[in-house]
Design a protein around this ligand. Structure first.
Ligand code: FAD
Length: 375
């Protein structure tokens, strides 16, 4: 089949790899002149890692496998720890933290030269019979048997297929970065929780640490420089928040305002399907954006392998998992008023008494419930 993918993000490139390996002729149209390598780090949960392994992506030397995922109170009290080896034992793959740029480049390098056409901005398409005709802004025309919109949150493919679905700002931003740091996390990814909100830290390989702080974000952002704002809000928190904030410079922080789609039942129309943020942009909390994009790709490949007629099951199969992931990513954060009980130090202290096994079981259950791929 001739397959045209719009968008060379992680979703589009992963789909291209899998479809090419399945024997299809694939072309990717990307509006930018080169790979868009901005962004911080991505956490791949066992489902994301499994899909990448299925695609034959060589993950060696990429990022860092955290030894555990831990929760601390803002005062630094350990609340719970989930050993990564437990996740691997139950779900078949370990989590992996990787710079978005490095994953993107690794996927791109797996494709034959010329697969991605840069500087090609999708404008419109028409479907005639079983064929699709795509036109770009510069007037280039491409024919295909299947069109996949992987063109991100403001997807033009989606708008052309069934009307725009403009993502809504959630009123929260993730202020994040990826920096060389001497802070020794002992290989763990850590989340801190307190009255001011939540924040996360973890190793990303090559002596780098990724970090994020979720903060309320009015339409024009808060007054002052983002780093100043973080120091005011989180400066009183314990290690590693306090220590990292002291190390950072203004250039180290990037503001990533969060958006969310209402995810409809329909995931495609005729010979056009959508994957990733084009279908379901969600806040990066709980690292679901990339994992859900990879889940889409995995389901799409599996169905296409069973026959073209099976593609009608794509949306119905993914809907529940993607909606749950989006709900967790949006409502799991501890940013908006009113404050929840778990943001208070005494309740966190009580939680620390709970057996570690129940936290592991809860994460395993969540990861299974948001996946179509995990056992
Ligand atoms: C620049 C950038 C930085 C990011 N940083 C982070 C981060 O730090 N942390 C995090 O968790 N997530 C980040 N994300 C989001 C994360 O990568 C996605 O949630 C996830 O990987 C799923 O991505 P996707 O492939 O569906 O869409 P995207 O990653 O948004 O990729 C869509 C691609 O489509 C291209 N495109 C858009 N419109 C057109 C068009 N009309 N014609 C042709 N091409 C088009 C875009 O240029 C882009 O390359 C970032 C995304 C981007 C684009």
């Amino acid at each position: 089949m001739r397959i045209l993918i719009v968008g060379a993000g992680i979703g589009g490139l992963a789909a291209a790899l899998g479809l090419q390996a399945a024997g299809h002729r694939v072309t990717v149209l990307e509006r930018a002149e080169r790979l868009r390598t901005e962004g911080g780090a991505i956490t791949l949960w066992p489902n994301g890692v499994t899909v990448l392994r299925d695609l034959g992506v060589d993950l060696a030397g990429l990022g860092a496998h955290p030894s555990a995922v831990g929760l601390l109170s803002a005062r630094g009290r350990p609340i719970l720890t989930i050993p990564a080896r437990e996740l691997e034992a139950r779900l078949g793959a370990p989590p992996l933290c990787v710079a978005r740029m490095e994953l993107l480049v690794r996927l791109y390098e797996g494709l034959p030269e010329g697969t991605v056409r840069f500087g090609e901005r999708f404008a419109r398409y028409v479907q005639r019979g079983r064929a699709v005709r795509v036109e770009t802004e510069s007037g280039t025309v491409h024919g295909a048997d299947l069109l996949i919109g992987a063109d991100g949150a403001w997807s033009r493919v989606r708008a052309a297929a069934f009307g725009a679905n403009v993502p809504k700002p959630t009123g929260v931003a993730t202020v994040q970065g990826l920096v060389p740091s001497k802070i020794d996390l002992d290989g763990r990814s850590l989340m801190l929780l307190g009255r001011e909100g939540d924040a996360g830290f973890g190793p990303a390989g090559d002596g780098r640490v990724w970090f994020f702080f979720d903060v309320p974000w009015p339409p024009d952002g808060p007054a002052g420089r983002p780093l100043e704002f973080l120091r005011r809000r989180f400066g009183g928190w314990a290690w590693p928040a306090h220590d990292l904030l002291a190390e950072l410079t203004d250039d180290d922080v990037e503001v990533f305002p969060n958006h969310r789609h209402a995810i409809p039942r329909r995931w495609g129309r005729g010979r056009c399907l959508l994957v990733g943020d084009a279908m379901h942009v969600m806040p990066p909390f709980f690292a679901q954006g990339t994992n859900q994009a990879l889940e889409d790709v995995s389901t799409l490949l599996r169905l296409l392998g069973q026959g073209e007629d099976q593609l009608k099951r794509y949306g119905p199969l993914r809907l529940r998992q993607a909606r749950l992931a989006a709900a967790l990513a949006t409502n799991g954060r501890f940013v908006k008023e009113p404050l929840s009980l778990v943001q208070s130090e005494p309740v966190l202290r009580l939680m620390a008494a709970a057996p570690g096994a129940s936290a592991t079981a809860a994460i395993v259950a969540i990861l299974r419930a948001t996946s179509n791929r995990l056992p």
